[in-house]
Design a protein around this ligand. Sequence first.
Ligand code: ACO
Length: 399
Amino acid sequence: LRQIKVDEDDFGLMSYDPAFDNTASCRSSITYIDGERGILEYRGYPIEQLCQRSTYLEVAYLLIYGELPTREQLDQWVYEVTHHTFVHENIKAFMQGYRYDAHPMGMLLGCVGALSTFYPEAKRIDDPQERHMAAVRLIAKMPTLAAFAYRHNMGLPYVYPDNDLSYPGNFLSMMFKMTELKYRPDPRLERALDVLWILHADHEQNCSTNAVRSVGSSRVDPYSAIAAGVAALYGPLHGGANEQVVRMLEEIGSVENIPDFLAAVKRRERRLMGFGHRIYKNYDPRARIIKEHAYEVFEVTGKNPKIDIAVELEKRALEDEYFVSRKLYPNVDFYSGLIYEALNLPKEMFTVMFAIPRTSGWIAQWLEMLKDPDTRIARPRQIYTGARNRDYVPIEQRE
Ligand code: ACO
């Protein structure tokens, strides 16, 4: 906090908060988090109840429109999303232009941005119908783009959406269908995926949501704003962490190596991926639910042996003064990667699995930002620390 006005043009008093530790960037009524007590609510509904009783598409509606839908509203919403899952054939061609080994998050990022050119009418962000259509299209097409990216990497033909299936069932079909026969997803996997997507749907002003709001405040179209969210989520300290967790567990290799690994973390040579959170200073409630569902998925897929290392790592970290004093607990990414691995997904797909459901949260936050009369273009100040008033030096006189 700088308090001294140093010259005429100076701002005088300015808060310096580069990571927004203590700066609210907006008012919001979407997601409530109590990080000290480990509470997460969407529109006031506890995450535990939503995971037990709702579906991802219903939760997406709740986040975006503020209330749980009536039966009629839900049917209409599901119908609309289901009937916008196809992408333009040129988007498919766009996808085919990527290198065979392109990271699927990079592919997704490019394709989501490209959607803005396919739906130029979405620029009319003051039109509620256009905003609604963009929400439907983005939620509907994200799993299709994700599955196309996966199959591109695998060198497999793309599978078109099957509108008879549920939202997660259709995704499983586009990912794993191998024959002409109709794909019949295991209902336990469908449910586990739906719960994972409920848990990842929103998390107030995290890095990617802040990116969506910040870019959206320029009043750009929603596809471009959401592409900014995908870009932010790509980073290893945000959505990329679940991929890093599995790599870390692979490297640890067996339970006997845990003490050495934790010692390296305490010497600051390593970071315990999937642990710690800017807001949660208690057990992340999402991690608890994912851990339970991991065992249900393993009933179908067979157990992922890394779960034993993860559980032991958690136990030892939670008994260790280093982690206890810093209030470091497992976060949402600690167990999710193990489920994705059991589903046979390559690690590069893990962050994509996060982007699919977070789309509904990004849209809800983007809409809320547009409707807030206080919204102006996001434009932070800076504390300038460089030189002033220098005379230009011709190149031949420079040393
Ligand atoms: N392993 C070891 N030490 C850690 C970890 C960790 N995962 N996280 C924080 N710490 C330590 C820091 O070194 C610091 O110690 P110090 O006070 O002695 O210097 C202290 O805990 C506070 O950490 P900060 O870095 O200030 O915490 P911040 O809020 O900036 O970071 C973050 C939060 C980025 C999530 C961090 O905990 C981290 O890197 N975790 C691992 C990556 C991860 O799992 N990310 C996913 C987050 S959830 C999500 O994005 C969906």
